[in-house]
Design a protein around this ligand. Sequence first.
Ligand code: DLZ
Length: 168
Amino acid sequence: MSGSGAPRGGQDGAGVRIAVIAASWHRTIMDGLIAGTRRAADAAGASVEVFSVPGSFELPVAARRAADRFDAVVALGVIIRGGTPHFEYVSGGVTYGLTEVAVTTGVPIGFGVLTCDTEEQALDRAGLPGSSEDKGAEAVDAVLGTLATLSAISGTGTPYVGFTGGPR
Ligand code: DLZ
């Protein structure tokens, strides 16, 4: 899945506290994703606190705990397809688990989990020198945008406006 429409940066995240939950597999790529979350949060005036979990499968339970104490959560992981169905089970479980946390708590969860066929594809999305995409930063921009829109839906604040130019 790829294409245009990535969340825009430049949002005001002053005072927003974001928990970054980071899996530990594929270290170099993870370091790039974590650095991207810090860059995007700094640019927006938000703060991040990073917590490690062993693997991507552990992201949802940690995200659930973080949702009790932070304004938003960004989950980061790298899952590379191998020769067994393990990839599908872990990727599906993480996606379902994070979705459930977001929906049941109402706390935005940024999905910074790369599910790739190859390590090269993941490196290209990790926000490293030479990468064409920066999925850690995008996940922060996404939760900031979602927080803005949730506030607007609740009757306070201005909603996030995407590339379409907003509601018609
Ligand atoms: C076991 C496993 C494998 C094979 N591959 C990955 C991976 O590519 N990325 C990742 O984040 N985690 C992987 N894991 C670990 C699982 O997510 C999980 O930590 C273990 O199954 C223990 O619950």
